[in-house]
Design a protein. Sequence first.
Length: 324
Amino acid sequence: MDPKGWRVELNDGHFIPVLGFGTATVEEVPKNKAMEITKVAIDAGFRHIDSAYFYKNEEEVGLAIRSKIEDGTVKREDIFYTSKLWLTFLRPELVQPALEKSLKDLQLDYVDLYIIHSPVALKPGEELFPQDKSGKAMYDTVDLRATWEAMEKCKDAGLTKSIGVSNFNRRQLEKILNKPGLKYKPVCNQVECHPYLNQSKLLDFCKSKDIVLVAYGALGTQRPKQWVDQSSPVLLEDPVLCAMAKKYERTPALIALRYQIQRGVVVLAKSINEKQMKENMQVFEFQLTSEDMKVLDGLNRNLRYLPVHICITIANLMLLRPSS
Ligand SMILES: NC(=O)c1ccc[n+]([C@@H]2O[C@H](COP(=O)([O-])OP(=O)(O)OC[C@H]3O[C@@H](n4cnc5c(N)ncnc54)[C@H](OP(=O)(O)O)[C@@H]3O)[C@@H](O)[C@H]2O)c1
């Protein structure tokens, strides 16, 4: 942690801001909105921006970053940008070209962090969700250790400062960590994490290996209708979280974000609302007591809002859609 507590050191010596801005939006939000919201987020103080090839917004996010560099708000080195390797590119020979495509869309020379979006390989090709004639998702057989070696080469080529993973469980992480000839460990594992799914076991394991856990869905996710059971409890309406927000004269969102930072988790917060983006930056202005941290730990109920392998569900959902 740096003196201000805004960044933590990764196992490769680079630093990651502990609060990140999530750029994934639900289908109803037009992709071109990503430029506007990313600029607003940078103006609000966010320096860590999380995106992915899968979000189809890297051109817009890149435009926003470059425009904030051009107008003097930030320098490139002030921004920590994360992109993700989509699942149709897990074959080792496809890894670097996939990152190069993201860089071309972004019009940037490098990303700060490149992560494997999920450990499930899909058949390579143009489609994000390849399906066979009968509409079944087409998976690919790829050794994740070979994918990882290709990720290491991207780092060596200077296309990314750091490399990591997302949606990996302990076993999948161990597969990489125990790989003979491992050159670089993953710096992070980005997973769904919030008071209802606090990932304490995975967090302990990651800490023991000097891997940073990055939390997505930290505010309870955007609850997209296709993926999230709409009858599941709304995190930010939790009575304990709300009572604690009242006590600290903050909001439930801020309590949920602060909780992660105090337990050594890097936290992402998505918002398309300027007021809420600014509010989320207040996470550095207060501290939770250790008793209240324990109370928040007690909210865990292993409730996962999003399917862990999102691609599987989307592929299944696409089967249900009427063909046009
Ligand atoms: N690696 C992966 O597989 C994966 C999966 C999912 C997400 N992610 C990443 O993680 C990011 C964040 O996760 P998420 O998209 O699930 O959403 P989230 O951060 O949990 O946010 C959920 C909702 O909280 C609302 N919100 C934000 N600030 C608030 C505040 N101060 N008060 C009240 N409500 C507030 C937002 O609504 P408004 O927009 O209306 O403010 C947003 O829709 C994504 O954008 C993406 O970058 C990664």
